[in-house]
Design a protein around this ligand. Structure first.
Ligand code: IMP
Length: 189
């Protein structure tokens, strides 16, 4: 039975951040953004697909006037480490010239993705560009890039849940969990 199978997978996983911890931290990030952008408008640009759930919760924690857009880039693919090459798959729908943009990402790892995207957005001459990431793994950084808003800083673990996947699975887990080594966590994590 499907429900039984899902329960088995979830109960075998080690929770790194529970849904309550995430909700609390995302609310704090929203308040921080509200303080920084009081009286301004912002465009939240989510990086598909991993940031979709974080963006949905973050946007509802923000009171300042905001709109959404999404971009998509090539990423880890089917469970392998990033090749280092980042390719734009889906561009912005709306112009961002003269606007306050916050790039919203699930996890800042090597930094290749956000380095590429920040440069790309800056070519559109926005008023400001900042980065909000739910997780930061600074130990694996290859590009010199830091986020302005960080939910949690974590060591070198491969994590799943709350939007984050392994070979496109587990995005729907409400908690952020550690990917078990014996289940094929990507090498180097
Ligand atoms: P970066 O370009 O190496 O910074 O990678 C960013 C992207 O890699 C994230 O948006 C995720 O899609 C993916 N990624 C990095 N670490 C993890 C992880 O632990 N779990 C799931 N996806 C990850």
């Amino acid at each position: 039975m499907i429900i039984g199978a899902v329960t088995t997978v979830q109960s075998a996983l080690q929770v790194l951040f529970s849904r309550e911890q995430i909700r609390h931290r995302v609310a704090e990030m929203g308040r921080e953004i509200d303080r920084d952008y009081a009286g301004e408008k912002i465009v939240l640009v989510g990086v598909l697909k991993g940031a979709a759930i974080f963006l949905a919760d973050l946007a509802r924690s923000i009171s300042v006037d905001n709109t959404f857009d999404f971009v998509a880039v090539s990423s880890y693919g089917k469970g392998k480490n990033s090749s280092g090459a980042v390719k734009l798959i889906k561009d912005l729908d709306q112009p961002i010239e003269g606007k306050n943009v916050i790039l919203v990402e699930d996890i800042l790892d090597t930094g290749l993705t956000l380095h590429f995207l920040r440069n790309l957005l800056e070519q559109h001459q926005p008023k400001t560009v900042r980065i909000a990431t739910l997780l930061d793994k600074p130990s694996r950084r290859l590009e010199k890039i830091e986020a302005d808003y960080v939910g949690f800083t974590i060591p070198n673990h491969f994590v799943i849940g709350y939007g984050m996947d392994f070979a496109e699975r587990y995005r729907n887990l409400p908690d952020i969990c550690l990917m078990p080594e014996d289940a094929g966590a990507p090498a180097g994590h």
